[in-house]
Design a binder for this molecule. Sequence first.
Ligand code: ADP
Ligand code: 5GP
Length: 192
Amino acid sequence: MPENPTLPGRLVVISAPSGAGKTTIARAMLERFPSLSFSVSATTRSRRAGEVEGRDYVFLSKPEFQRRIDVREFVEWEEIYGNYYGTLKAEIDRAVRERRDLLFDIDVKGGLSIKRQYPGALLIFIRPPTIDALRQRLQARKTEDASTLARRMERVGMEIELGLSYDHTCINDDLDRAVAEVQQIVKSYLTT
Ligand code: ADP
Ligand code: 5GP
C-alpha cells in the first residue's frame, strides 16, 4: 500500500447496517479472491449458533476485552449494541507477516478509523434497498430477539450517514447483482 510502506498488503473494509448483508457479501469476496484473508475481530457478544471461536470472532469477557484495551492490543474498537468489538493489532501483524490482503467486516466508525490510520484502505458501504427490507432480513435471520433487533435498528440512521464518507456504496437489493458489483470494485482495487 503506497501510503504506508510498512504494510505490503491491501485492506478492504465492508460495513453496513446490521442485516444489510455484509457478512454474506464478505464471504463471497473471500471465496473469489484467494489473496484476501478475513480479519478476525474480538467481541464480548455471545457466540451465535454456527460461529466458531477464532474463525468468526475471538470471544472475550468484558474484563478481558478491557484489559486488552488497556495494554493497547487494538487498532480500533467500538462499543456497539452494548458490546465491545475491536480489531486486534495482531491481525494486521499477521497479514504483514504472511503478505496477505485483509478483509474487515466492521462497523462504520471502525472503518473510518482504519482509513485514518491506513489511508490506502478501500471502504465499501452496503445499503439495504429499504429500511423495511432490513428489518425483514434481520427477523428472517432469527439471531436477534425483539429488544436486540430494536437496538440494531436504532443505529441505522447514523450508519447510513457516516457511510456517505465511504469510497463506494452498493445497494444489496438482489444478492447476485450486489456480489458482482462489490467483486468488480475489489478487483480493480487489488489489481491497480
Ligand atoms: P449483516 O452481516 O450485514 O448483518 P447478513 O449477511 O447476516 O447481514 O444478512 C442478513 C440476512 O439477510 C441473512 O439471513 C442473509 O442470508 C439475508 N440476505 C443477504 N442479502 C440478501 C438479499 N440481497 N436479499 C435477501 N436476503 C438477503
Ligand atoms: P455482529 O454482532 O452482527 O457480528 O456485529 C455487529 C456489528 O459490529 C457489525 O456492524 C460488525 O461489522 C461490527 N464489528 C465486528 N467486528 C468489529 C470490529 O472489530 N470493530 C468494529 N468497529 N466493529 C466491528
